[in-house]
Write a protein that binds this ligand. Structure first.
Ligand SMILES: Cc1cc2nc3c(=O)[nH]c(=O)nc-3n(C[C@H](O)[C@H](O)[C@H](O)COP(=O)(O)OP(=O)(O)OC[C@H]3O[C@@H](n4cnc5c(N)ncnc54)[C@H](O)[C@@H]3O)c2cc1C
Length: 457
């Protein structure tokens, strides 16, 4: 970016402007996935909406792409790019809860930890991710899968409105009544349509929950998966649960002689009446011998940060994702070939249910294009040592290749890798053509292209 443009930015931006050569540039260009090493033209640490407008207009004037950053958790590193304008919202963390209407406004730089902290004070919550450091923005705009999905729907199903800075720098509020086509596209189209500076969500009464994890022997995994597949179809909506593979970390609830062993796991979160919890999770407990268990009563934000320690910033990440209609015998066999080979304690695979309330929303009601799937599966390679990149990426790719014949062609855009351009359309699913038309309307020059990109029609 030329010097005049940079000095113009410094004069107008209230937050911070960081360019190559500035002290702090190397820190500012870092994202959560340590494998990503990009050199943006400028990083604009926005303090408010005015800064976002300035940043977007500057990118237009300089004809540079925009990378938007909220929680920075994008696994392909979409929160940065070479020679791009990074619009970093991570300082915009205002949250305002309106208890009587059970709604909340949260700025576009909040993490789920920020969000849950604010709403829990009122005994309220909505569907968010399972890790507290993930950003609300990227997660919501791509879908939003978490412990409350089966009861409350995806995060995007709970969106009431969004304040958006569009590609030309104009500002609109999108809702069912105002710019409804944009509101539709935002709910599943990812960061393709503009910078969301504030989200308004509806909330549900969720206070303390009963949740945690149970570990089973690897050889019992087919029994556990079958029990999960059968029970989750019609389980009570207050139950969130997912199947996982996990190497045992050195935690006190796991027998010491089993630390470092590989297990399959059921993670559960019961948000219903406390006295019903044991009954709600019994089908998992009874599916096979439970080797170790840590399940208890805790505040919902406690559950939302239970696994944060397994995914600190600075790991290398490579993930792949598929949507799945059913856990067939073939799918279970594929899981048994690669799950027990999970290479390191941070890596895992999760099979998240996206049924219940998600299936009650019509396929064309939002841009989210996979409401006919029962599960979103992610093979999440996460490891500390860059020297192990090749082996870990190989495990993810081989696992994915084994699952693919038993899965839909598309995968959840928020879990997808960036090296699968040929799958982007399938990842967006049934609403892709309409998304491309709206992209042409709202971002014809594809200014917002550092994402699972929807090329304008
Ligand atoms: C450890 C970990 C746990 C996860 N757990 C879950 C989970 O439980 N459930 C789930 O559904 N997903 C989960 N994900 C995936 C997650 O949804 C995506 O990584 C998502 O993109 C993260 O959003 P972010 O704001 O943190 O990321 P960022 O890297 O900041 O942004 C990702 C992309 O989102 C878009 N974006 C970000 N902010 C804005 C904004 N304000 N306006 C417009 N577009 C914006 C941009 O296109 C950007 O490129 C997890 C990811 C990780 C790494």
């Amino acid at each position: 970016m030329n010097e005049n443009a940079v000095s113009d930015l410094r004069g107008h931006v209230r937050g911070g402007v960081v360019t190559p050569g500035d002290e702090g540039y190397d820190e500012a260009r870092k994202v959560y996935n340590a494998m990503i090493d990009k050199r943006p033209a400028v990083i604009i640490r926005c303090a408010d909406v005015a800064d976002v407008i300035t940043a977007v207009k500057a990118a237009g004037k300089e004809n540079l792409p925009i990378a938007i950053r909220c929680g920075s958790h994008s696994v392909p590193g979409f929160g940065t790019a070479d020679n791009a304008v990074v619009v970093d919202l991570s300082r915009m963390k205002g949250v305002r809860v309106d208890p009587p209407s059970r709604t909340v406004w949260a700025e576009g730089g909040c993490t789920w930890g920020d969000f849950n902290h604010a709403t829990h004070a009122f005994g309220l919550a909505t569907t968010g991710g399972i890790i507290s450091t993930t950003g609300i923005a990227g997660l919501t705009l791509g879908g939003g899968i978490g412990y409350l999905t089966r009861g409350c729907g995806l995060s995007l199903d709970n969106l009431i409105s969004a304040d958006v800075v569009l590609a030309d720098g104009s500002f609109v509020t999108a809702s069912e009544k105002s710019h409804p086509d944009l509101f539709w596209a935002l709910r599943g189209g990812g960061g393709n349509f503009g910078v969301v500076t504030s989200f308004q969500y509806k909330l549900q009464p969720v206070n303390d929950i009963v949740g945690g994890v149970m570990l089973f022997e690897v050889e019992d995994a087919p029994k556990v998966m079958r029990a999960y597949n059968e029970y989750i179809t019609n389980a009570p909506r207050e139950l969130g649960a997912f199947f996982a593979w996990q190497i045992a970390p050195p935690l006190p609830f796991i027998p010491e002689n089993r630390h470092g062993d590989t297990f399959c796991a059921m993670v559960v979160c019961w948000a219903g009446a406390q006295d019903q919890a044991a009954k709600a999770i019994a089908p998992f407990r009874e599916s096979a011998h439970v080797v170790a268990e840590y399940i208890g009563h805790m505040p919902y934000p406690g559950m939302n940060s239970l696994f944060d320690g397994l995914v600190p910033p600075g790991l290398q990440h490579y993930w792949k994702a598929v949507y799945v209609r059913d856990l067939t015998d073939g799918a279970i066999e594929a899981h048994m070939r690669f799950g027990p080979k999970v290479p390191v304690v941070n890596s895992t695979i999760h099979i998240y249910p996206i049924n219940g309330a998600v299936h009650e929303v019509a396929a064309e009601a939002t841009a989210f294009g996979h409401r006919d799937a029962k599960y979103a599966t992610v093979v999440a390679g996460m490891w500390p040592d860059p020297k192990q990149n090749e082996a870990n990426i190989r495990w993810v790719k081989d696992y994915y290749a084994a699952l693919a014949p038993h899965s839909e062609r598309g995968g959840y855009i928020n879990f997808a890798a960036s090296d699968e351009v040929d799958r982007v359309g399938a990842n967006f699913g049934s609403n892709f053509d309409q998304l491309r038309k709206l992209k042409a309307k709202y971002d014809p020059n594809n200014r917002f292209r550092i994402n699972q990109n929807i090329v304008p029609a």
